[in-house]
Design a protein around this ligand. Sequence first.
Ligand code: PLP
Length: 407
Amino acid sequence: MPLRALDQSSKLKNVLYEIRGKALEEVARLEADGYSVLKLNTGNPAAFGFDAPHQIVRDVVAAIPSAHGYTDSRGILSARRAVVTRYETEPGFPEIDVDDVYLGNGVSELITMVMQALLDEGDEVLIPSPDYPLWTAMTSLSDGKPVHYRCDESAGWEPDLEHIRSLVTPRTKAIVVINPNNPTGAVYSREVLEGIAAIAREHSLLLLSDEIYDRILFDGATHTPMATVAPDLLCLTFNGLSKTYRVAGYRSGWMVVTGPRDHATGFLEGITLLASTRLCPNVPAQHAVQAALGGVQSIEGLVAPGGRLHEQRDVAYRGLTSIPGVTCVRPDGALYLFPRLDPEVHEIHDDARLVYDLLVSEHILLVQGTGFNWPSPDHLRIVTLPEARVLSEAIERLGNFLSSYRQ
Ligand code: PLP
């Protein structure tokens, strides 16, 4: 009997994750042919020579002999206590308790759980454009409807409050905020966050705040946690060890619940149910949390002037903005730049093809702006993790490539 054809489920038809998209097949072909490819597609510090802080490694290794059993579904108490203590030192952050903390296999798993617990078919979620695309993907996978609000490049990529307000409907359930932002590197002002909170208050919306880059800040930028401007609203704050602590491969993150809960017990029970169906997060990685949040191995030295991330951000910004027809908002945080290719000069109709052609010609992998749910094919995202010399050479090659590229 012939085997019945197997296709992917129709739920996946709107799930987009171009950060690891089809271009990787071409990368594999190039590498198999002996070429080395500069992969600037993922924010993975380890791939660019950032070591895991040794205190974290030491605690994880020490925990391994006794980390072979399942734990509490929300995570081990010592790690959740460390998360509570971390937010106690955050000025204005609402008081939390260990029961308000969920650990996850990275922020990614927690985003997936929350969307599954929250959405019924057709429920709407307001998500920034451009966004970190997992938010849109998981909204779609959970049968929800992603509704993108504009971030305004001419205003340093701050969210456009009027646009957000205009998109609210009776089906809107939540607003996603990514601050500092991936892919733009914008760090939002308190006023804009207060504006978003006011819309959430007016329409009784859940706030979902992805703050995974909250300690990767440049030139005195300050990060305001969403929960501090909306202590009277239900707010879920997401963060983890992948970026600030440079252990993305451990898959370790957390989510903190603040604000009133009486109106949301069903939803929160849903999250707890899903946390228990995944049994527990990876246990050795849970032991990284307390060591990380102990403080000594954080990221301050890398983001201060003269620090590696600061220098690389500057080199990338200078390089990109010296390419004719390319402009860029200088990022105040995170690990990316999101330059704009002036359509009058570059005339790109298909930015995925641009990325593919650049890969084949220069062996450099970037991600197209439309991969971040940006509506027009006129942006690229570049990771600022490689050393300054590598970055500036790659950007020079991008400039040369663009000077003769036509679609
Ligand atoms: N949120 C944002 C904004 C990100 O940029 C990323 C990873 O790049 C994630 C979440 C996923 O993080 P994790 O490694 O904790 O799953």
